[in-house]
Structures are given as C-alpha cells and as structure tokens.
Design a binder for this molecule. Sequence first.
Ligand code: PHE
Ligand code: ZN
Length: 858
Amino acid sequence: MKDASPQAVYLSDYTPPAYLVDKVSLVFRLDPAATRVLSRIEFRPNPDAASGQPLKLDGEKLKLIGAAVAGEALQDGEHSLTDTALTIPASRLPDGPFVFEAEVEIDPSANTALEGLYMSNGMYCTQCEAEGFRRITYYPDRPDVMAPFHVRIESDMPVLLSNGNPGDSGDGFAEWTDPWPKPAYLFALVAGDLVAAKDSFTTRSGTPVELGIWVRPGDEGKCDYALDALKRSMKWDEDVYGREYDLDVFNIVAVDDFNMGAMENKGLNIFNSKYVLASPATATDTDYENIEGIIAHEYFHNWTGNRITCRDWFQLCLKEGLTVFRDQQFSGDMRSKPVKRIQDVLQLRARQFREDNGPLAHPVRPSSYIEINNFYTATVYEKGAEVIGMLKRLVGDDGYAKALDLYFDRHDGDAATIEDWLAVFQDATGRDLSQFGRWYTQAGTPRVSVTDDFKDGTYTLHLKQETPATPGQPAKQPQVIPVAVGLLNPNGDEVQPTTVLELTEAEQSFAFDGLSAKPVPSILRGFSAPVILDRKTTTEERAFLLAHDTDPFNKWEAGRALAKDVLARMVTERAAPGPAYLNALERVARDDTLDPAFRALALRLPSEDDMAQTLFDAGVTPDPLAIHDAREKLMLALAEHLSASLPRLYEAMNIPGPYSPDSKAAGCRALRQTALAMLARLDDGKTAAKQFRDADNMTEQLGALGVLLSVGHGQEELGTFYRQWQSDRLVIDKWFALQSSTAAPRKAADTTLALTRHPDFDWKNPNRFRSVIGGLAMNAAGFHDPSGASYELVADWLIRLDPMNPQTTARMSTVFETWRRYDADRQALIRGALERIAATPGLSRDTTEMVGRILGSA
Ligand code: PHE
Ligand code: ZN
C-alpha cells in the first residue's frame, strides 16, 4: 500500500497505547546491505486502554524474515503486513502479558534519508527521532511507550556502541544495557573505526562517569573544547537545576552526514561533526560558541526530554522549548548574559518572527501535522523557550525553581504534556495560568502598540495588543504579556527601575506617579516577551536611550531601531543617513567602558532580510536590490564617519598571545572584525588582505576573506584558502558557503551554479548542500535576483535532493516562505518554482506538506 494522499494527524485524536512494553532485547548482525535485527519485546495490555485491541507495530522499509508470539511462529494469515505496519489481531494474542519476537532485514547502505540505521563514511549510525526506529524493526514507535533496552551488536567493526552502560564484549560483539525506560526515538547504535577522546566527571553524589567523544582517526585532537563544555554542562545542571547524571558512561559520536545539529539519545549523543570538532586553526569563534551551546543542549535533554519525555509529538516544545531555555541560561552564565540575550533575540527575529509572519506560522504546540519532521521549527524551539522565559518572569525566580523541582519530582519517568507542565507551575505557585496557556495554542507574533501621556506628575502608558491572523486561526484572544518597563529622567537618570507590567487585556493603561518631568520610557526591557513593539518615537529619543538606558538589551535595541529607521528612509526616500545616527554610533564605537562584544553587536547593521520584513510590516513592498544598495551605502557612510577611530579600534582589539576561544577574547575579535569590514570600505581591502596573510586562527582568516569578497576582491585568497584546507570538510563547507552567500547580487546564481559543478560539491552530504544552496538563499539580494535564476537553481536542487533526503529538502524549502512580501513579478517567479517542485512525480510527504503550506494550498 502506498500513501497516495498523506493523512494529517490530530492532537485531539490522541489515544493511549493498547500495549505497554516491559523490556526490549535487540540483536544486530551488522552488514552494509543486509543487516539482521532480532527483537524480543515483552508486551502487556495497557490497563488504561480499551482491552482486546490488536497489536499494531510500526515498521517501514523492513523485510520481515519471521515473527512469533508467545514462542509460536506467526503463520500466513495470522497477521497483516503493509508498507507501514505489522498488525496481529487480538484473537492471536494471549490474555495478559506476552513476548513478541521478530527478525527483519534492513539495508543501511541504501539509506540516504539518514533516518533509522544508515552509513556515513563506512561507519554505522542511527537517527531515530522522531519516527526512525520503525525503519529498524517493528515496534510501537511512539514516545509514550517507554521501556528498558538490552542490545547486542555483532560486527567486526572495532568500536560498537549503544545506549546505557556497557556489558559483555569480546571478539566481534558488544552488549549494552540501558536501565532507564525510554521511548524508541532515543535508541542509538554506532559501529565503526573510531577513536575516543576520554575524560571523566564525578557527580556531586560521588559517582564517577566515564566520558568519551568518538571521532574518526585523525580528529581526536579536535575534541578538547567539546569535552570541556560537556563537563561544565554536567556541573551546571547540578548547581542550577539539581540534576545529576544517571549512567556510568556518557558517549558522544561525531558523524559527517547528519540532517540536524545533534541528537540526545540516552547515554549516546550523536552529533553533526560540525558541532563537536574544533581547533583554533579550523573553527571560528561562532563554531566554538555553537559547540558549547549544543553540547549543553543535548546533555540537558537527559532530564528534560529523556527522564521526562513527551506523551506525543504535539508536545515537542515540552522538551525542546525547555531545553533551549536551559542552554540559553547556561551560555549566558558561561559568557555575557546581555550579549547572549541580544544574540538570542536576533536569532528569534530572523527565524521565528519570519516563520510566524508567513504561511508556515503554527502554534508552539501545533494541533495537527502531516509529517512531524516538519515541526522541528524555530517556533517550537525558540518561541517555546521564550514562553518559558515569560513564565519565569511572571512567577519569579523562586516560583520557577519550585515549579521545576515539582516537575522533576512528579513526572520523572513520565511521558508528559503541556497541561502537566502548566499544572506544575499552578500547583507550585498558586498562579492561575489558564490565559497564559494561549501562548501554546495561538500562532502569530503579537503586536503591542504603545502611546503615552504625562499630566500632573503622572506618566501613563497605554498598551494595546493584537495578534494577526495566521493559517487556520483567523481570530485571536488577548494573551498575558509581561512588559518590563523602566523610566529615565530627561537628564538620563533612571527614575523607575525595571518593573513588569502584565498586559492581559486587549487594551490597558499603567500609571506611574510622583514624577517631576515627563520621563523617557524604556519598554520591553530584556525583550521580556516575543512581541513586536510599535511606538512612534523620535530619532533623538532613540539616541538618548542608546546613550543612557541602563538595560543593556534596550540600549542595543535603541541603536538597532535607529539603524532601521535610517535604512528605511534610505530605501524609500533616498535620504542620506543623518548625523544623529552616525554620532550616536560613534559614541558607542569610542566608548571603551562598553563590552567589546556588545559594541560589535551595536555597530552591526540589520540584515537585509530583517529590513525586508521591516519594510513589509510598514506597508512598503521591499526591493531586495535597493535594500542591499542602501545597506552598502550606510556601511560606507559609517566607515567614513568613523574613519579617524577605525585604525585605532582595529589595533586595540588585537589581543596578543595564542588564540583562546573564551568569550572575552572572542568579543574583542568580533569588534575587530566589525572595524575591519568598515576599514575595507576605505582602504580597498588592504588591511583585510594583510590580516588574511597573517592570521593564525580561522576566525581571523575567514573573517578577512569574507571582507575581501564583500569589497570585490579576494579571488586569489579564495584559491589559497582552498589549497590550504582541501582535506578538511568542515572548513571547505565554509569556503563554499562564503562564496554563495556573499556573491554580488547579479552574480549569485552563476557563482552558485559554478559551485555546484565543483568536484567537492558532494550534494548528498547535508552540510555541503546547506553550505552551497542554503548559502545562496542567505544572500538576500542574490537569491531575489529579478531574473528568477536563483529561484530556479534552488528549485532544481530541491527536486534532485528530495528522493534521497526528504527531511533536508523539506527544511530547505523554507527559503521560499517569505514570498508574499515581494512584488508581483517576483511572486510569480517564486510561485512558478514552488509549483514546479509540487508537481514533481513521487515528491516526498515531507516536501509535499511544506510546499503546499508555503503556497497556501494545504
Ligand atoms: N532532538 C534534537 C535536538 O533538539 C533534534 C533532532 C530532531 C535531531 C530530529 C535529529 C532528528 O537536539
Ligand atoms: Zn533539543
């Protein structure tokens, strides 16, 4: 049977599993094209489900060799088999508990989707979230069925790993036992010619844990930073959340072919090698920061995701939103909190606001899906984390700590829901959270508009909230929006420290009295809610806040708003950038009391995509080329205005001594890079060319190369770079991405086309595909070339990749999600490209769903 028209799954249709599992034993006889999987599963009827149901096991792309119930082989006619399930009628099942056994054959070498058991560079590895285990054997592949697993791997590969603690091993086999009940999506197996970087960690109750990061021979020298980040994560989760690790070993494996960033399999995390391997010469500061954050994220899942998992995939944000929130807290503690907050909000706006304001908008907890893989989104992850940040602000730090303790106490070992999560907060703090629950069910970014007045010493803020319609949700209810506010006197002193206003109605006013003069408000401090703030202000007021706000986030935000105002006027009125903005930024650039990382962020201009959305929100159809030109002009104007201080700044941020990835040094390099980019506009890239030659670390080498390309030079250096790094895939990914993402607008499609013909363009490798094709989509002006050449090129490659790897194809199709912003000609071209993808015979369910939703027809 084929799925002709893929069926949607609804949250409201949830029913508990008919059978629970007490124990799973698996034997793997590994072979590239014919692996045998023998399973022995102890089932028992679920007392909370209707009795007398058939046993329905999920299974895809499996060859059934044989199966037995209660020791008796299933005969023909005693079960039914489809492309997706094996079903045994109740009449063939004993009353009460029984053992099911099966032997299946699978073909890892033919598995290009990278879901289930597959091969990457001759090594076996697995990816089971969300529904990959069904490609390994027949099983109730749903997160609310949790069981302990015993695994035996038979193979002549030197290293054989699975979840849990190691058991017996010998020539050609190894056994692993995971005592903690887990859903099948957390299963993992790895077999290969691997070497480990090892270390150990002793938990606060004194249990030693052996840590191993497994990589291909030759990469063992690039694991130090990941190991260090892992130990710091383990300690932090003990100190801050009281959570200890619970097995004797914790292993991480780096693989080159991976659809996502990393995966939290119990005791055996599997990582995209890009988020593990680092050395100063090959990894940038951003890479180091990502490694730290993702190592922490996957480790933190051990409690938020694994010990407490999700009842069903609609509850994905229960583990992901919370775990992102936790990794953001961790990174803030390891580095600078304000800088981390600004970076997270930049990400949120670039990815989640973009999603929430287009055809793919969906609630943090969706209520239906066709392919669950399409819901690992910025909304579930990043907005999911913001929702928890709001909850924490509303109940306070102590309330949050109490609620989390109760959550771990009450739900350890459970497959839980968002209702369970909110109930824990209600029970721990006494606060009614029924209205707050709307953050989980309503899609769209609320817009909060603000007006104010001042009379007789009383300053009043009038707030209004409105959430636009999103697909399937025409009308919205008011949400609880925590708006953190502070007030400054005209002389710059803070007269009202940060206080949280709770906006619960569509319209509400808040008064502050006893003031001697009309204050300047600093609203939504720390970005206290994921909303769009709409308030008419003057350039002077923004410059005032940039100079005086005590809240670092809003200080930065004031500068950002200034830049957007200036850019918008440059695009729509061809206005020149005024002195107010240039002088304000000059003060930031020269203020040595400010953290360099903060200054770098304040000096960075809004992205072209951000400007396109901003103009669109203001009722202007964005022209990507005009935005690109305006941004280039502003960069030049800024460079000229700062010309006297740039060389000094560039030199001052040069820290002597060997490269260190710590956040202070990285902050200096970030500011130095900002200075370099401006300098290049004045010295035709001379300083950048020198930096490229002298660099002893990837941050400075790649930074210089990017700057050279952005001012029309760097062709020779591209060649040098390639020859130097030819044998390092992760570095060559950067080489590809830099070219497609920075090519001049009219040349971007041709440049990318040429890159796709490069012998190193291994398009079946997701990292490489994303570097080249995703890089083009990041090049806003180049992607939106009026000829439509880039749209066609991307469509061609999506059509080519889809049969190999639906998951990565579907994810990449989101590059088209903003199409409704643009002019009629571009819309027609994009629609044409999307319709061509949609019409491809045999298109995967993943891509069919995404393209349909983007077009607005699903
Ligand atoms: N659960 C993984 C994470 O958040 C993401 C992931 C999803 C990885 C699906 C692979 C497949 O870290
Ligand atoms: Zn996660």
